[in-house]
Design a protein around this ligand. Sequence first.
Ligand SMILES: *Cc1c(COP(=O)(O)O)cnc(C)c1O
Length: 332
Amino acid sequence: MANWRALDALSGNAAAGAAVKANAYGLGAGRVVEALASAGCRDFFVAHWSEVPALLPHASPAMIAVLHGPLTREEAAFARQTGVRPVINSLHQAAIWTQTGGGICHLMVDTGMSRLGLSMDDLADPLLRSLDIDICLSHLASADEDSALNLIQRDRFAQVRSTVAAKRYSLANSAGIALGADYHADITRPGIALYGGIVRPELEGRIAQVIRPEAALIQVRKLRPGDTVGYNALFTASRPMRVGTLSIGYADGYLRSWAGKGAFTHDGTIAPVIGRVSMDLTIVDLEALPQCREGDWLTAAYSLPESSRLTGLSQYELLTLLGERFSRQNGG
Ligand SMILES: *Cc1c(COP(=O)(O)O)cnc(C)c1O
């Protein structure tokens, strides 16, 4: 996968891992892990224990880290039985892991996000000394901005490194990679940029769009001036029009935010979305596409940075929204 190679190169001396949680941001975790493992990726991060089985056919268990960590003895037992590595986020999780037998784990430390991870005050706790830590990690809150918090977290992480003994250290997500060598440590954890997200200007031109949602044109019709389109008649034809109904809607993750803003293309020619997006259907103006017929497929204009600007949805939401009715296929 070209984006992973680019991010691995941008990570300098650090090796790029991959965040493949949420079904690899909706792209399909099994396929993504298979492709990245063959490209040389050796560290995969998911959030939930339930996400592990989809990865196991494609990556050795020791390469898989579960970010939410073990909350029950059953989860600790599952980790031990599969060989998957838990990320310990609290003294409570550290106690569960050691009491159920210990073993190699990862450790998350909170350096300024107040989300998951041990607080820096917890680091002196004797319980931590009994942990066998592979990766000690922390997560940046504002890496997509030029924020003073980045420097604060970088300095706190340096303190963590001098306090916590671990084999490897990891701080940067996609945006953190673009912040430069001070943030790279040993392992980076890109997610969104693997899938085409451009979360800092430094990534422009280096990260390629990955997804291209397509929808079938299932009906074509003619409108007379005054005819209205879709729920609540939000669009009225002011001239004779040829419009098409596409088999895609908000249940597929093509949200109502696209009304009046979205477009589909066929061989590069644009068909703007008109009227309200329905659950399963979206209507487009086919004026520029007189040759389009029922059964043709159109491609959504879905550049992640541009789509985010247009809809107000984040690039992360634009990916993870996409529903199960798409058949996910490898493109070129
Ligand atoms: C999701 C996640 C990542 C990946 O972040 P991106 O911004 O998508 O690159 C990295 N680390 C942790 C802990 C995460 O939860």
